[in-house]
Design a protein around this ligand. Structure first.
Ligand code: UGA
Length: 458
């Protein structure tokens, strides 16, 4: 099928490259000429595992093209995905001007029937506004537009895998024609009929569940899903605080809780809190959406409040251990909002860096991918070329983002570089018994049970 994506951010690029990878003919359009020029040169403006290879393969095969011309994205195309950004307004509401703009321009340039699909995260009832906008701006009478909501559930760092092997597909449609069109588009993914570019030997052993709903329900599913995941994390963080005070270990507690199939272990990792471009923004937007319907979503307001307190708690832990923070050097391991990405939007690590800098501490950090972006965002943060440099002269090292490579560091070397071997594991990702045995003073999150005492002198 001929498909276009409007917007080449995370969502648009992943959608375009993955649909091209399963055999569709994709035009990816963006208003930013610099971005399109970079993509045409075969470079990617973001780091996302497997995406560069996929873009290169599909571009070479002639199934993915980049353009700044909206007409090329509207004409001769059966389906157009709206993947533009929906930034938060000061009151938390989503700013939908780019969604409206994309809709209007597609309507003005379309020459045949077109299905417009909301892929960006939008408030419930956006679909209705898109329908009205299409009717108003259609290039000529008689054109048939369909509107659908097809929320994405991909995680950054896992986006290609999540897109090609989703837990479910949600198709919010207003007509049987839109449903048929989306079912045909996704058939290779639902039935596993494509050569997986991520795991070439992978086999899909079950069809992907497809949930067909009305437009409004599909729109709400997205906000409800993200809010529930954020709620799970906030709950684990709250239980972690109780564990810490009560002498229990959060890792044991979430293991025991998560073994209940009704609950599940995922998204119960306590730590520095959640960040990124989705959870914080979507929570605030969902509170706003609910407010408009007359419901005061105090539960989600509390999730936001609890999450915002996580970094201050870590500062407090450091203060208890080091007394005065002013003038002390503190190293941070991991600056991205989560591993496997260079995205620093609402990164808990940077919020922590800013708090420590405000206390007068000297903060130095390392991240495998996000160093440059982190330095740009927080110029007072010294970005180091490797983890050992981030430990140099430090009185404490805080693990902020659990990149897997941090578990395999040479901790003896790290300890030797530090002034005081205090390690605060802000994601409970390291083996604290091993570190204690090496002579580190280890602090975690919600780990009230003390580590095993050192068995040998380091
Ligand atoms: C999230 C959702 O997981 C995706 O399903 C959704 O499609 C996406 O938002 C979106 O709306 O576009 P993402 O923000 O990429 O994906 O990252 P997550 O893996 O969900 O992590 C979000 C934050 O929660 C990170 O800061 C992570 O460190 C934190 N987190 C996650 C925890 O603190 N504890 C956990 O147990 C899990």
């Amino acid at each position: 099928m001929r498909v276009s994506v409007i917007g080449t951010g995370y969502v648009g690029l992943v959608t375009g490259a993955c649909l091209a990878a399963v055999g569709h003919d994709v035009v990816a359009m963006d208003d930013n000429p610099a971005k399109i020029a970079v993509l045409r040169e075969g470079r990617l403006p973001i780091y996302e595992p497997h995406l560069a290879e996929l873009v290169a393969q599909t571009t070479r095969a002639g199934r993915l093209r980049f353009t700044t011309d909206v007409a090329a994205a509207a004409q001769g195309v059966a389906v157009s995905f709206i993947c533009v950004n929906t930034p938060p307004r000061p009151d938390g509401d989503a700013d939908l001007r780019y969604v409206e703009g994309a809709t209007r321009r597609l309507a003005e340039h379309a020459t045949g029937d077109l299905l417009l699909v909301e892929k960006s995260t939008v408030p419930v009832q956006t679909g209705q506004w898109i329908q009205k906008t299409l009717a108003l701006y259609a290039a000529r009478p008689g054109l048939t537009f369909d509107v659908a909501s097809n929320p994405e559930f991909t995680r950054e760092g896992m986006a290609v895998e999540d897109f090609l092997h989703p837990d479910r597909l949600v198709l919010g449609v207003a007509s049987p024609r839109a449903e048929a069109c989306l079912r045909a588009l996704y058939a290779p993914i639902v039935e596993g009929r494509f050569a997986c570019p991520v795991h070439p030997d992978c086999r899909v052993d079950r069809a992907v569940p497809v949930l067909v709903t009305d437009l409004a329900s599909a729109e709400l599913i997205k906000h409800a899903a993200n809010s529930f995941l954020a709620l799970k994390i906030a709950f684990a963080n709250a239980v972690a605080d109780v564990c810490e005070a009560a002498g229990a270990d959060i890792l044991e507690v979430v293991k025991g809780v998560g073994l209940d199939k009704r609950i599940g272990r995922a998204f119960l990792n306590a730590g520095l809190g959640f960040g990124g471009s989705c959870f914080p923004k979507d929570l605030r937007a969902f509170v706003k959406i609910a407010e408009r319907t007359g419901y005061d979503f105090t539960l989600l307001k509390e999730v936001t409040r609890l999450n915002g307190a996580r970094q201050a708690q870590v500062v407090e832990k450091l203060r208890r251990a080091l007394w005065i923070l002013e003038g002390k050097r503190i190293g941070l391991l991991g600056l991205a909002f989560k591993p496997h990405t260079d995205d620093i939007r609402e990164a808990p690590a940077l919020a922590l860096a800013q708090r420590l800098l405000a206390e007068g501490a000297q903060v130095q950090g390392y991240d495998p991918q996000a160093g440059a972006k982190a330095h740009e965002a927080v110029p007072a943060l010294t970005v180091c070329p490797d983890p050992y440099a981030a430990a140099e002269g430090a009185e404490a090292l805080v693990l902020c983002t659990e990149w897997p490579e941090f578990a395999a560091l040479d901790f003896a070397r790290l300890k030797a570089a530090m002034v005081r071997p205090l390690l605060l594991d802000g994601r409970n990702a390291l083996d604290r018994d091993t570190l204690t045995a090496l002579g580190f003073e280890v602090l975690g999150i919600g780990r009230g049970r003390p580590p095993l005492p050192p068995t040998r002198t380091p």
